[in-house]
Design a protein around this ligand. Structure first.
Ligand SMILES: Cc1cc2nc3c(=O)[nH]c(=O)nc-3n(C[C@H](O)[C@H](O)[C@H](O)COP(=O)(O)OP(=O)(O)OC[C@H]3O[C@@H](n4cnc5c(N)ncnc54)[C@H](O)[C@@H]3O)c2cc1C
Length: 439
């Protein structure tokens, strides 16, 4: 069955033509889905409507308690080997787990887990030593270590290879000096993974190392940045003779660029399973809003909603293509850029539509604000003007973080379409390039 918009502005169901794509899962996969349903039924409160239906403070408390439940049942970092506290799930089981959690409107982890589990944890699994895995991975699952991402700098965003935060060896320790910026959740974290310049006399991508740095030390200062919403979810982080152990390098010294790119592929990849679900739910809620506000019969609004519907359906198919590769064991490639570009540009447009439906109420938002500054509001959130205005703000950032739209287009142009590469620019070591810029 698929849904379509009726003349009254509501969704109805009709039969899919027999030649339409109707993906099915194996019996084993469906059996695993039943297990997840049983887990949710056992552990969620009665009459659960999604975490967005809870007031903001209760949602935070619920997330902490839910995270502990997941860890105890090995459903946090569910793909990691059991030796490190994970669940050892297959790729297909992981997909089913996140699908069902997102459908039920429950988080797959806590607020820092995107950095701890998805990014640095997976990267340590891929590149780390046995000692690093044994030390760091269980501490991520227990919640003892909360991570943030120290990549961007004032002069190194899209051109990340230009980064200048320095790390020099002093006996058994690295000493760091420099600045990071836009560090999401940096004020909540006690560890930061840092891309640092360890050899300024190598070409710019070759003198970088990937370091694991404790933040609870005098040489690390975190300064919040206020966003358009008034919240401060990201920060500047300053290092002044900050230190970390010599062995806290992931991969080889001066070979951090490859490690950094592995991590970015995790950052851009997982959305394929979850976004078609969250964006579908968001659009259904927007259609409700149009009805509540008497706009469901407005032909222009209907036309724009229909456009959004087609976009969300295409997103579902794009997601399936990426997931099919993931389940077959392929690493996300340029496909991840197609998906990132697609959802982030769509989200700007759908949230602009939400403000047009709200009309003047969008100027004086009221009710529950989204609990995070990323992507859609939480499942089950009330259809308040504050929810839509907050999501509109978040959508502005979507085309910037995890690689801007222009950068995604460059990747697609060069790697998928085989168009000529960007001009390479000046050649030389990182130090020579900095000198050339200031000459
Ligand atoms: C909400 C949010 C959270 C973030 N969280 C983190 C975090 O936790 N950790 C972290 O390290 N970073 C984080 N970032 C930073 C993010 O990765 C950078 O903002 C992003 O990489 C862009 O870099 P920039 O801001 O320096 O912009 P610039 O790179 O200066 O880009 C400015 C403009 O120029 C365009 N441009 C640049 N280069 C090219 C090119 N070659 N071709 C065409 N156009 C180009 C860009 O597309 C953009 O429009 C976050 C950003 C946001 C918005």
């Amino acid at each position: 069955m698929i849904r379509h918009l009726t003349a009254s502005g509501g969704w109805s169901r009709r039969q899919v033509p027999s030649n339409a794509m109707e993906p099915t899962y194996s019996d084993e996969a469906e059996a695993y889905r039943e297990k997840i349903h049983a887990f949710l039924a056992e552990h969620l409160p009665a009459r659960w409507k999604g975490i967005g239906a809870l007031p903001a403070e209760e949602a935070l408390a619920f997330t902490d308690q839910w995270r502990a439940t997941l860890a105890a049942n090995r459903l946090l970092a569910a793909s990691w080997p059991a030796a490190y506290g994970g669940g050892g799930l297959s790729a297909l089981e992981q997909v089913i787990l996140v699908e069902e959690f997102y459908r039920a409107g429950v988080p797959v982890g806590g607020s820092n887990d995107v950095f701890g589990i998805q990014m640095v944890g997976n990267t340590i699994l891929a590149w780390g030593t046995d000692e690093q895995k044994a030390h760091f991975l269980p501490r991520i699952i227990s919640g003892e270590d909360l991570w943030c991402q120290g990549y961007s700098e004032p002069n190194a965003g899209s051109d990340l290879g230009n980064l200048g935060c320095r790390a020099e060896l002093d006996g058994d320790e690295w000493v760091l000096n420099g600045q990071k910026i836009w560090t999401s959740a940096g004020h909540l974290a006690n560890w930061i993974f840092v891309l640092a310049r360890t050899d300024p006399d190598a070409p710019k991508h070759k003198g970088i190392s990937f370091l694991l740095v404790p933040m609870d030390q005098p040489g690390v200062e975190v300064r919040p940045i206020e966003m358009i919403s008034g919240d401060s979810e990201f920060n500047e982080v300053f290092f002044t003779n900050a230190r970390c152990a010599k062995e806290n390098v992931v991969g080889a010294v001066n070979a951090g660029w490859g490690v950094a790119m592995t991590l970015l592929s995790y950052e851009r990849g997982e959305a394929a399973a979850t976004f078609p679900i969250t964006f579908r739910a968001e659009l259904d809620r927007l259609i409700e809003l149009a009805r509540e506000r008497g706009k469901a019969d407005d032909p222009v609004i209907r036309q724009r909603l229909a456009w959004c519907h087609s976009k969300v359906e295409i997103m579902r198919y794009l997601g399936m293509r990426t997931l099919t590769k993931f389940v077959a064991g392929e690493h996300p490639g340029p496909d991840a850029s197609i998906f990132k570009l697609y959802w982030s540009e769509y989200h700007r447009i759908v949230t602009e539509l939400s403000l047009d439906i709200l009309g003047p109420d969008a100027m004086v938002p009221s009710g529950r604000w989204p609990s995070n500054a990323f992507q859609t509001d939480d499942a089950g959130a009330p259809n308040d003007s504050a929810s839509w205005v907050g999501t509109f703000y978040a959508a502005r950032a979507g085309t910037i973080y995890a690689g801007t739209s222009q950068v995604q287009r460059n990747i697609l142009g060069e790697m998928v379409l085989g168009l000529p590469k960007e001009p390479a620019g000046l050649k030389g070591t990182w130090r020579e390039l900095q000198q050339a810029k200031t000459a």
